[in-house]
Design a protein around this ligand. Structure first.
Ligand SMILES: N[C@@H](CCC(=O)N[C@@H](CS)C(=O)NCC(=O)O)C(=O)O
Length: 195
């Protein structure tokens, strides 16, 4: 299994999952700053020439959320997703897609507003999105009542990065990041990525 990785990119999310899964994998350094993603060989793996990409034998998967969810199914014994017949499955899908569906657009809005740009109608404010997470995590250890899942790898890694962009986290979100950092696998992946 190979993960194309830049420590300053969304590839940190599947790196956390690979570590949490105890998978054996090769990290293929692909530095955006060096243009490593712009080669013909890399474009053959990702049609938008973006990170991350996972190659598992003859299978290639892009989109960081999809890779994380794929890895949860690929290593079922590690219980990184609730069972398919669990009522937690709905909240699992909800939280796995909350970062790409709500948090990333809200961060984009924040960035546009800071630079005096116009906002895409219907995009929630970053503060509102972070409040939703903050309230959910004030009541539970991880996003799902059933325990840790790849939804936490996706969300926690994103939240942990936000202070680097000048975003202040609530006490609930800071405590969540520290709880995740106490997990040896997550800590290893984050440390490898300067988090
Ligand atoms: N929705 C995609 C977004 C991928 C993405 O924007 N990747 C960034 C790095 S975090 C990238 O490769 N940027 C370089 C570029 O677009 O040229 C995902 O989650 O994988």
């Amino acid at each position: 299994m190979k993960l194309y990785h830049d420590p300053n990119s969304r590839s940190v999310r599947p790196l956390v999952v690979l570590e949490e899964a105890g998978a054996s994998y090769d990290l293929i350094p692909t530095l955006l700053s060096q243009g490593d993603h712009l080669t013909t060989a890399y474009r053959a793996l990702h049609p938008l020439a973006q990170l991350p990409v996972l190659v598992d034998g003859s299978l290639t998967v892009f989109e960081s959320t999809a890779i994380c969810m794929y890895l949860a199914e690929r290593f079922p014994d590690r219980r990184l997703a609730p069972p398919t017949d669990s009522p937690q499955r709905g909240p699992y899908y909800q939280w796995c897609t909350f970062v790409p569906g709500s948090l990333e657009p809200a961060f984009g809005r924040e960035f546009q507003e800071r630079n005096g740009g116009s906002v895409v109608p219907g995009t929630p404010a970053l503060g509102a999105v972070l409040s939703v997470l903050s309230e959910a995590l004030a009541e539970r250890t991880y996003l799902l009542d059933s325990g840790y899942s790849v939804a936490d790898a996706i969300t926690g890694t994103t939240i942990a990065l936000l202070p680097k962009y000048g975003v202040t986290l609530s006490a609930s979100l800071r405590a969540y990041v520290e709880r995740l950092r106490e997990r040896p696998a997550t800590n290893k992946a984050w440390s490898l990525s300067g988090l």
